[in-house]
Write a protein that binds this ligand. Sequence first.
Ligand SMILES: Cc1cc2nc3c(=O)[nH]c(=O)nc-3n(C[C@H](O)[C@H](O)[C@H](O)COP(=O)(O)O)c2cc1C
Length: 209
Amino acid sequence: MPKTLLHLDSSPMGEVSVSRHLTAEFVKNWKDANRDGTVVVRDTTISAIPPVDAAWVGAVYTPEAALTAAQRETLALSDTLIAELIAADEYVIGVPMHNFGISSTLKLWIDQIARVNKTFSYATGSPVGLLTGKRATILIASGGSYDAGTVMASYNHVEPYLRTVLGFLGVTDVTVLAAGGAAALNRGADRQTFLEPHVAAVRAQFQPA
Ligand SMILES: Cc1cc2nc3c(=O)[nH]c(=O)nc-3n(C[C@H](O)[C@H](O)[C@H](O)COP(=O)(O)O)c2cc1C
């Protein structure tokens, strides 16, 4: 059965983005491993994702059959983004650390895809994620390093947050690769040398264990 990969980028830094370089490497390897697969690209920096507002929340909690045309329009982008998640078998998500958390456009995307009875449910009283059977790889780039066990580890709100929110939506098979220390690039470090171990870590995901 041919597979589908959702390739999501959220760095505003275009060609100099570290996370975009790594997601591109992931996609290249994924295509080699899935010759008949499909890659769907979603870029949160160009998708003009609006913040949720009262109209959006009202529409979300209106029964499907009672939705007005205007409410359907309000939910249209959310519907599209959720359909992309449901259709894909795998996700690769490029994430720049901004102010110890995720980028603002990635947060806008998350607010659109976390939807009751679409991607999660409280029907049984406790939360159940509805995006099951998915695999996600998160590629994080940060200026500093936040390795486990270091003083800075507790400043990292990217990995714990994304694991929480993806897990809440049912995505529990999550691999995180972190490219910390990218600030060295601003101090003149060689880009190729910096990227090399992180590119190798991405490639290693496709090598047999
Ligand atoms: C607005 C902004 C905020 C940032 N905040 C942090 C931060 O809190 N911690 C950190 O280690 N690096 C921070 N950085 C550095 C980025 O994480 C680093 O440049 C990383 O490479 C971003 O990923 P990208 O290259 O894919 O855009 C920040 C960069 C920008 C532009």
